[in-house]
Design a protein around this ligand. Structure first.
Ligand code: ATP
Ligand code: NCN
Length: 190
């Protein structure tokens, strides 16, 4: 599952867990982006990587990859998938995305190459229609997952306003944000 994870939240974790169950996956690899070219003002990748490690540590089926964080330049999924394929030559690769990301996929770099590298799984997300958006069902599967109306943008804005993010993100991530003063945190009651 690729994402900017700024920060990772329970919407990401529930989506990953549902896909793992429904598609009988051995492992879900979370891949935090290095420099996402369609997003501005992103937190340093080491913070996003470490929050992802903290959030996934307790699940034996979840792992985190540094392939995007360690690659120079902008992050493109075509490179992510090539790097993962090199590291896992025998694996069947699936790329998990939310409905909003799938709406944009035709704008991604080397989109035609993507279908050769992985099968895509689009999960439902509140506020977005889950549809193939003109993509082929041969390359993309759709999956309804429990609806959690959480976004990283909302989490960042809440922290900046001094509102709690407990129960929106894992406890360790709440503590990591406070410890490193991410998102312009104002003092909050805990
Ligand atoms: N609540 C959610 N339910 C289902 N999928 C989600 C949810 N939140 C994010 N996703 C999906 O997870 C992937 C990574 O998301 P990302 O890290 O960009 O989080 P985000 O909440 O969309 O962030 P931001 O608000 O900063 O854009 C994307 O494919 C996105 O569609
Ligand atoms: O390859 C691309 O051109 C591309 C463009 C936008 C997003 N992506 C990937 O989509 C995933 C979700 O991205 P984001 O920005 O919504 O967190 C993440 O793995 C990104 O690298 C990929």
């Amino acid at each position: 599952m690729g994402g900017t994870f700024d920060p990772i939240h329970h919407g990401h974790l529930v989506a990953a867990s549902e896909v793992a169950q429904s598609f009988d996956l051995d492992e879900v690899v979370f891949v935090p982006t290095g420099r996402p070219w369609q997003k501005e003002h992103v937190s340093p990748s080491e913070h996003r990587y470490l929050m992802t490690v903290i959030a996934t540590a307790s699940n034996p089926r979840f792992t985190v990859s540094r392939v995007d964080v360690d690659r120079d330049g902008m992050t493109y999924t075509v490179d992510t998938l090539k790097d993962l394929r090199e590291r896992m030559p025998d694996a069947d690769l699936f790329f998990i995305s939310g409905a909003d990301a799938v709406e944009q996929i035709l704008s991604w770099k080397d989109v035609d190459r993507l279908w050769e590298l992985a099968h895509f799984i689009a999960v439902s997300r509140p506020g977005h229609e889950l549809s193939l958006s003109g993509l082929s069902g041969e390359h993309v599967s759709l999956l309804e997952v429990p609806a959690l109306s959480i976004s990283s943008t909302d989490c960042r804005e809440r922290v900046a306003r001094g509102f709690p993010v407990w129960y929106l993100v894992p406890d360790g991530v709440v503590q990591y944000i406070a410890k490193h003063g991410l998102y312009g945190e104002k003092a909050t009651k805990r």
